[in-house]
Ligand binder design. Structure first.
Ligand SMILES: CC(C)(COP(=O)(O)OP(=O)(O)OC[C@H]1O[C@@H](n2cnc3c(N)ncnc32)[C@H](O)[C@@H]1OP(=O)(O)O)[C@@H](O)C(=O)NCCC(=O)NCCS
Length: 178
């Protein structure tokens, strides 16, 4: 049984296991998912996935990656992570994705809500930020619904296949704004 780290109404954040890696690997290579993440063009081997898992396991003070799981069926629906955790300036970057078969159900909105609570209450951070490629409207919506505000944009900063050079939007959330 997967340990739950923080429980929500419909989804929870749980510990990522080796058994999840095959599903995660499949999603990482799915162009619908990849398009709006770092390195949209990249192709990942299963061995990369295992190395990444070992790296996040070893780098716990800098990275916290959680499995997003449905409370009822306990199915893995996606991942959410706090990256580049800076315990001196007390900030971190938030990133997430869901398997395409789980899109449009509000799971990502709740997962961000839970990750924000984890970051501020358990890690005692002060600030979170996130980068969104401008055409990724659902992702902006998720952040805005969780209280993030637009801090700025990097113009024509990212090449996204099928979209060209797009602006990268920078969102931020301070602890007292929650
Ligand atoms: C971004 C992602 C997690 C969104 O997943 P999702 O299941 O659609 O998320 P949710 O259902 O929680 O919320 C999506 C919100 O966007 C809205 N939305 C969806 N498509 C939209 C569109 N084309 N225009 C405007 N709003 C849209 C939804 O209505 C919903 O808002 P609401 O709750 O106010 O109605 C998912 O598309 C994904 O994994 N994409 C690939 C990876 C990625 O982009 N990660 C984020 C990088 S910053």
């Amino acid at each position: 049984m997967r340990p739950v780290v923080i429980k929500g109404d419909r989804v929870s954040l749980g510990v990522l296991t080796r058994e999840d890696l095959h599903t995660v690997w499949k999603w990482y290579n799915d162009r619908r998912v990849r398009r709006y993440l770092s390195f949209p063009h990249e192709v990942f081997f299963y061995e990369d996935e295992m190395e990444w898992y070992e790296a996040i396991r070893r780098e716990k003070s800098r990275e916290k990656v959680f499995a997003i799981v449905k409370n009822e069926e306990k199915t893995l629906v996606g991942l959410i992570g706090l990256h580049n955790i800076d315990l001196y300036s007390r900030n971190a970057e938030l990133g997430y994705f869901l398997g395409p078969e789980h899109w449009g159900m509000g799971y990502a909105t709740e997962a961000v809500f839970l990750a924000v609570r984890y970051a501020f209450e358990w890690l005692n951070l002060r600030k979170l930020y996130a980068r969104v490629f401008e055409p990724n409207v659902p992702s902006s919506r998720i952040l805005e619904r969780n209280g993030f505000t637009l801090a700025g944009r990097l113009r024509e900063h990212q090449y996204v296949p099928g979209k060209g050079f797009v602006d990268v939007l920078l969102y931020e959330l301070l602890r007292e704004e929650v």
